[in-house]
Design a protein around this ligand. Structure first.
Ligand code: NAG
Ligand code: NAG
Ligand code: NAG
Ligand code: NAG
Ligand code: NAG
Ligand code: NAG
Length: 411
């Protein structure tokens, strides 16, 4: 007889139960191990597949990223009878840098720690790197590789990842390396470069870290040459930072690997200070002539204090694991390295320049690529102001007495 109206909140209840169901379904999906790899990537090179998978727990970072440490681990520790702490090359990479990573062990005579950023399109880079680690002895001895990726909407925790064991034979892998590499997609992403540098440092197997971009050609035996002086200067307490000079070479010229070659190459206008035509102020280290003079006088590696230049400065530092890290909320392509160097100034670190050793970029930088311009434009619009505010507050809170000395930082 009576028509009973449905309760007013009926729709709400349905909506809530939908969300609750969705939540549990998501939880269930999360708790399963995800298999990361694009399955048929290596198919035609593999004889058979193995059931034995490696399990890597990934951990959530700042509610935004999943980090997997030690995806690959160096087989050598580089701890010698001298008792000195080895210097780790700490660097970051994306999937389009496979060739660069492959070359790296040839140039660095010590441990290397890499933070690799991935997305769903580039995940097969891991399998490629696993191939290198298995099949190239030098890569196996030196390389430790960690990865990170951005979580997706509604994801609240990070999965345990199951990595199928590499079953391809080395003979076949090495033969097909080029074609496998071509199948790995390059990134087009907001790349958290500060976070990736930190991951390389957090995951490093030694306490002293040289923070360098992956695409540099390093002068000969750098890690061994600087071991003794870095152990003396960089102890996690003395607030010292060591800097390595950086150059760039004209296209299609021989890249200098020792001081003698560098001196000639500079004189012949084939090598220049890094970015001498593009944003030079960011990289310039004072008084190259004095550096050449002093290096030429002795075979002993030395260092001497140099002043902090300005808030846009981004030289290549050597730091201890206890020293400051990058502000990893920094927007892509906006003053990432500068913010670390500035933080060191605010923390009252003294900058010291190393004699003799250096690295060189192949080719002279004239402009930014369209990709990096696009990313920088996005980040300037949507991320800059927030990061600027957070960073300024952080610096003023942590280091209230050094603003005048270091000048204000602006993004
Ligand atoms: C498969 O295994 C055979 C015998 O073990 C070997 O000769 C061959 O090279 C392997 N093929 C590939 C693609 O790894
Ligand atoms: C397949 O893998 C198993 C276990 O790794 C190995 O014993 C076997 O020889 C492999 N078969 C071929 C044809 O390569
Ligand atoms: C140097 O080579 C790169 C890549 O091969 C090219 O993109 C660039 O335009 C060249 N630069 C100059 C100054 O020739
Ligand atoms: C190198 O460049 C400088 C300045 O442009 C010039 O004066 C010098 O003659 C050049 N040297 C050589 C060897 O070309
Ligand atoms: C280089 O060394 C010479 C001799 O010691 C000295 O006269 C000259 O001033 C030095 N040049 C620089 C730029 O330091
Ligand atoms: C920074 O260090 C210098 C010595 O290196 C010291 O004299 C100065 O008081 C320090 N400044 C601050 C703000 O801690």
């Amino acid at each position: 007889m009576f028509y009973r109206a449905p309760p007013q909140n009926g729709k709400l209840i349905i909506l809530i139960s939908c969300f609750v169901t969705l939540f549990f379904v998501l939880k269930l999906l999360e708790s399963r191990k995800s298999v990361l790899f694009v399955d048929n990537f290596f198919e035609k090179f593999e004889n058979n597949s193995s059931d034995e998978n490696r399990i890597i727990r990934t951990q959530i970072h700042e509610d935004q990223f999943c980090i997997g440490y030690n995806f690959l681990e160096a087989s050598e520790t580089f701890r010698d009878s001298d008792g000195l702490e080895p210097v780790t090359l700490a660097t970051h990479a994306t999937s389009d840098m496979m060739k660069t990573l492959e070359e790296m062990p040839k140039m660095w005579d010590g441990p290397i720690s890499v933070g690799l950023f991935l997305d769903i399109h580039s995940v097969n880079a891991l399998k490629y790197l696993e191939g290198l680690h298995k099949c190239l002895p030098d890569f196996n001895r030196k390389m430790t590789i960690h990865f990170a990726y951005r979580i997706s909407v509604f994801q609240t925790s990070c999965p345990t990842v199951s990595v199928p064991k590499q079953t391809v034979s080395c003979e076949s892998f090495l033969r097909n390396k080029e074609s496998l590499r071509r199948k790995i997609s390059g990134p087009f992403i907001l790349y958290p470069c500060s976070l990736m540098r930190n991951i390389a440092r957090w995951g490093a197997k030694s306490d002293i870290h040289f923070i360098m971009d992956g695409d540099m050609i390093i002068s000969e035996r750098l890690a061994q040459k600087i071991k003794s002086i870095t152990n003396k200067m960089i102890d996690g307490k003395s607030r010292n930072v060591l800097l390595v000079r950086r150059f760039e070479n004209a296209n299609d010229t021989v890249i200098p690997r020792d001081f003698g070659q560098l001196k000639d190459s500079l004189m012949n206008n084939k090598t220049f200070e890094f970015h001498h035509k593009f944003y030079f102020g960011g990289h310039k280290i004072e008084n190259l002539d004095y550096w050449i003079n002093r290096t030429g006088k002795s075979s002993q590696i030395e260092s001497w204090p140099i002043p902090y230049m300005h808030p846009g400065w981004e030289p290549q530092p050597i730091l201890h694991k206890n020293d400051p890290y990058n502000a990893d909320y920094f927007p892509s392509r906006l003053k990432n390295m500068q913010s670390l160097i500035y933080k060191l100034c605010r923390a009252n670190y003294t900058f010291h320049l190393l004699s003799h050793v250096f690295d060189v970029h192949e080719g002279i930088k004239l402009v930014d690529t369209p990709y990096s311009q696009a990313v920088a434009a996005h980040q300037q619009t949507y991320a800059r102001d927030l990061a600027q505010e957070k960073y300024t507050q952080e610096m003023d809170y942590l280091y209230p007495n050094t603003l005048e000395k270091c000048q204000p930082f602006s993004l």
